[in-house]
Design a binder for this molecule. Structure first.
Ligand SMILES: [Zn+2]
Length: 131
């Protein structure tokens, strides 16, 4: 793979900010300043209590594989060079779950840590086995 680069195409400012963090090697999530709930993806209000007082926090990047699938036929020919690749739901240690790329050899329950890699035209989190 080549050097990661930032590409932020979303019309949603919360999504743009999240992807900008990823381009700099950070996985952000929100922490409610009213009830302390953690949430991902970024939203205008806390899903637990409705408060708009949400702080951006940065995950340490470690977690556990909740589920994983392996993509052998990517959605576009431009991504064929990356196949096979894993798409996983990862439970981060901060208490939020996100979908991200992962090594295809991982399994449910594996401990993982985040790395960052270029996928097509965008830098994405990619989880690898921890330790
Ligand atoms: Zn809350």
């Amino acid at each position: 793979m080549s050097e990661p680069k930032p590409v932020v195409a979303s019309s949603d400012p919360l999504a743009r900010a999240w992807w900008a963090g990823v381009a700099e090697g950070r996985i952000g999530y929100q922490r409610c300043e009213a009830c302390a709930a953690a949430q991902f993806y970024p939203r205008e209000r806390c899903a637990a209590c409705g408060s708009a007082r949400l702080a951006i926090a940065t995950s340490v990047g470690t977690g556990t594989i909740f589920s994983i699938t392996v993509v052998h036929r990517p959605p576009s020919p431009a991504l064929q060079a990356f196949a096979p690749y894993g798409i996983a739901l990862v439970d981060l240690d901060e208490g939020v779950r996100l979908m991200a790329h992962a090594d295809p050899g991982l399994a449910i329950g594996d401990r993982v840590r985040a790395t960052f890699a270029l996928f097509g035209d965008r830098t994405t989190p990619k989880f690898v086995r921890a330790g």
